[in-house]
Design a protein around this ligand. Structure first.
Ligand SMILES: [Zn+2]
Length: 411
């Protein structure tokens, strides 16, 4: 029987829910402060020392935490307080992220660090090159993509026989419904009502959790990134798909059927790009990587649809490539401003290729936002692994919300 992270119980009794919340609070405290003494956890969380000790014993039995090797001495007093810390050596989660041109498959440890990763380009033989010339996601047949992702995950796990996989997280852009585990609509991939949780679950034998990638990245920032501790966070993802997610007090807003965050057709001030919806200057049409690459191709800077080639050209001194990236970052900033005015989050995290790699793009982003709120806008905490982290974080969020559901019998 595979190890499991049970799916959230739909209507927990008040006592179950309280226990779950306390368990989550204690494990999050170890994640954020470890190595940390149990007495410190009690002080930080307001839980009783006896209750913290009890949770820590259960997490130790499960293998999620362990006593740290170096005891810390409390100040001035001789008695050592043996701190506890996450045990990041035993468990991983799988992460699957499906983008328009390729799938990212990864293993993440309990700290959200990528321990293994593979990219699989969509296509008939799966070995097409990453710079493919086609803009359409040819060969992105849903069942074939998911089958190859499951096989790649199995191969990564086979190479790490000492690591046990607690579950798989799946993230993608478009409209993704967490509760039903379905990609409802992803027009760029041509996916419609794809039961990802069932398909990946059957193929891997592991529990699978599914969410939209902007929401997945909000959770990653809350758990492992710079937005940790922020009371409200907005994540804006600007790739081929452009979407957003918003969390307050540790809860990501989903709305009915998880439709929140669909901002593809929000009008960008000053936008000129025609959109498939018939209007001009829609956020996704204006800011997508496809539009960036089309403009770069027209200027003779790159071939193909890989935005990293535009970043590389700018880094090599091409002024037009740099200008295209800076203009795009400025437009992203103006879009962020609109969202700031609506939602007023404490922190905004932007995942956009120029902003992640260039100071001038980050400056243009903040200028587009405006001086008064520029300081609350941050680039993603995961510049080199954002897609792998998005997939894995869907499963890690479930673990940190309900750690005791990781059954010791199964493990
Ligand atoms: Zn539109």
């Amino acid at each position: 029987m595979p190890p499991s992270v049970a799916p959230p119980v739909s209507s927990p009794s008040p006592s179950t829910s309280r226990r779950r919340t306390s368990a989550s609070v204690v494990l999050r405290s170890v994640l954020e402060h470890g190595p940390v003494a149990r007495s410190t956890i009690a002080r930080l969380t307001g839980l009783s020392p006896a209750s913290v000790t009890d949770y820590c014993s259960r997490f130790t039995e499960l293998g999620l935490i362990r006593e740290s090797e170096l005891p810390r001495r409390s100040q001035g007093v001789g008695r050592p307080h043996v701190p506890v810390d996450l045990d990041a050596t035993r468990f991983v989660v799988g992460g699957v992220h499906v983008a328009v041109p390729y799938t990212t498959v990864a293993l993440l440890d309990l700290r959200g660090r990528v321990v293994a990763v593979r990219e699989l380009r969509h296509g008939r033989d799966g070995r097409g090159d990453r710079d493919g010339r086609n803009e359409r996601a040819d060969g992105a047949d849903a069942h074939a993509v998911l089958a190859r992702a499951a096989d790649a995950l199995a191969a990564l796990l086979a190479r790490a026989p000492r690591l046990r996989c607690l579950g798989v997280g799946f993230a993608a852009g478009g409209w993704v419904d967490r509760d039903s585990g379905t990609v409802v609509e992803h027009p760029l991939l041509g996916w419609h009502e794809v039961p990802v949780r069932d398909v990946l679950g059957a193929r891997t034998g592991l529990p699978v959790h599914v969410d939209g990638h902007a929401r997945a990245l909000v959770n990653a920032e809350r758990l492992f990134g710079r937005a940790r501790g922020s009371r409200s966070v907005l994540q804006l993802f600007v790739g081929n798909v452009v979407d957003a997610a918003f969390a307050t007090n540790d809860e990501v807003h989903h709305g009915p059927r998880s439709q929140a965050g669909a901002i593809a057709h929000l009008p960008v001030p000053g936008g000129t790009e025609p959109c498939a919806c018939g209007r001009t200057g829609c956020l996704q049409a204006e800011l997508s990587e496809r539009t960036l690459c089309r403009r770069a191709r027209r200027a003779g800077i790159v071939e193909g649809v890989n935005p990293m080639h535009v970043v590389a050209a700018a880094a090599a001194g091409d002024p037009v490539a740099a200008r295209l990236l800076v203009e795009r970052a400025g437009a992203v900033g103006r879009a962020v401003r609109l969202l700031l005015d609506v939602l007023n989050p404490e922190t905004v995290v932007v995942t956009e290729v120029g902003v992640l790699h260039r100071e001038d793009c980050l400056a243009a982003l903040r200028e587009g936002v405006g001086d008064d709120r520029a300081a609350s806008v941050l680039p993603s905490s995961f510049p080199d692994s954002v897609l792998a982290v998005a997939g894995g974080s869907v499963a890690l969020d479930v673990l940190y919300r309900d750690p005791l559901a990781a059954s010791p019998e199964a493990i």
